[in-house]
Design a protein around this ligand. Structure first.
Ligand code: NAD
Ligand code: GLY
Length: 367
């Protein structure tokens, strides 16, 4: 497989853009050719990623923008909130940034979601670029224009659909990613198999060890195929009026785990890992897939280094607590929870389910 830069197109009419995938992209000035000209750029990063990659990105952008400002946010899901996003607005205003200023999100999904939300709101919208530095962000969160912050009562409850101008997936940056974060990213890679592409799931079964070992050719394929599937879905349903919800496979249970444990205790990808097992088990109990499929998916998730069982959120009424948290999910309608289920391997659908059945699944899948 060629290791030269590859591209995936996101086809959204006048909001179309490209995802560049390869090595050495972040620090190369030519990567940013074609972006809007402006007097200033603002790089948004955090206290962990900035010391690693801020200087390289700043140098590359200095050739294009007369002024390159930066802001370093506190690290972590617990900071994905109003107070932190306000720090971005503070810097933009303090530096006199106008409505042409281009924002660059340098970090994982937390930085990307917050920067996108700030870009959507500052002066009613300024251009922004995603430079994702986690596997999770490269295969999912940087692509498709969902931006958000959390509310104590629910995950990603405040946000906007707002597309970036470019996504730069530089695989070199994955070298510094902690192993736990790599595994968390694999959860979002794995989800694309059962919902859309069983051949990809087979490929993952054969290459999961190579991915954990950060084999470059395997990473290129995983990032590219994930982005292709996401581009295919988002191209048909940008604002999630239907099909796009399938990308949330495992997320209804996963978001409940993240909120119920306190943001940051479980990584997003860990919640999605256990959540996919629960959603697959629900699909089985609804008669949509056989037990062998659930077992096959569970094994792959475990091999990726992810949890396959949910935590107990309430020792008195665990299932009740999950249900309470899941009702706040954005897919809920009139208080009815709608789950992404596997409607036969490689195909997903949105379904409601009786509380009794969901309680049984939670009881069976939590420890
Ligand atoms: P994250 O942004 O918290 O990053 C994980 C950790 O890795 C952080 O501590 C970060 O500082 C560190 N890090 C990042 N890049 C690094 C690197 N190259 N080297 C060393 N350390 C590095 O978490 P994440 O998993 O990237 O993203 C999770 C977030 O993404 C959640 O908030 C989730 O809701 C969101 N998300 C959004 C979408 C979407 O469509 N917008 C999709 C999926 C997930
Ligand atoms: N990560 C889910 C979506 O982008 O729709």
């Amino acid at each position: 497989m060629s290791l030269t830069a590859q591209e995936v197109a996101i086809d959204l009419g006048d909001r179309s853009y490209r995802i560049a995938i390869g090595g050495g992209l972040l620090s190369s000035a030519t990567t940013y050719d074609g972006l809007p000209r402006a007097g200033a750029a603002l790089i948004v990063s955090n206290t962990t990623v900035a010391p690693l990659y801020m200087a390289a990105l700043r140098a590359a952008l200095s050739e294009r923008y007369p002024q390159v400002h930066e802001v370093r946010l506190p690290d972590g899901e617990a900071h994905k909130d109003w107070q932190t996003v306000q720090k971005i607005f503070d810097v933009l205003l303090e530096r006199g940034c106008d409505r042409k200023t281009v924002l660059f999100a340098l970090g994982g999904g937390v930085v990307g979601d917050m920067t996108g939300f700030a870009a959507a709101s500052y002066m009613r919208g300024v251009p922004f670029v995603q430079v994702p530095t986690t596997l999770l962000a490269q295969v999912d969160s940087s692509v498709g224009g969902k931006t958000a912050i959390n509310h104590p009562q629910g995950k990603n409850m405040i946000g906007a659909f707002y597309q970036p101008q470019l996504v730069v997936c530089d695989l070199d940056v994955l070298d510094t990613l902690p192993p736990r974060e790599l595994s968390a990213g694999l959860a979002e890679v794995i989800k694309y198999g059962p919902i859309a592409d069983m051949a990809f799931m087979e490929w993952l079964e054969a290459h999961i060890d190579a991915l954990l070992a950060r084999d470059r050719a395997a990473l290129v394929h995983a990032v590219r195929r994930s982005c292709e599937i996401k581009a295919w879905v988002v191209g048909q349903d940008e604002r999630e009026s239907g099909l796009r919800a399938i990308l949330n496979f495992g997320h209804t249970f996963g978001h409940a785990i993240e909120a119920g444990m306190g943001y940051g205790a479980w990584l997003h990808g860990e919640g999605v890992g256990a959540g996919m097992v629960m959603a697959a088990e629900l699909s089985h109990r609804l008669g949509l897939v056989d037990a062998a499929f659930v077992q096959r998916l569970t094994v792959l998730i475990a091999r990726a280094g992810l949890p396959t069982q949910g935590p107990v959120l309430d020792s008195n009424d665990n299932a009740g607590r999950y249900l309470e948290l899941m009702r706040v999910d954005k897919k809920s309608e009139a208080g009815e929870i709608r789950f992404v289920v596997i409607d036969g391997p490689g195909r997903a659908a949105l379904r409601s389910a009786p509380d009794r059945l969901v309680r049984d699944v939670i009881d069976a899948c939590c420890k």
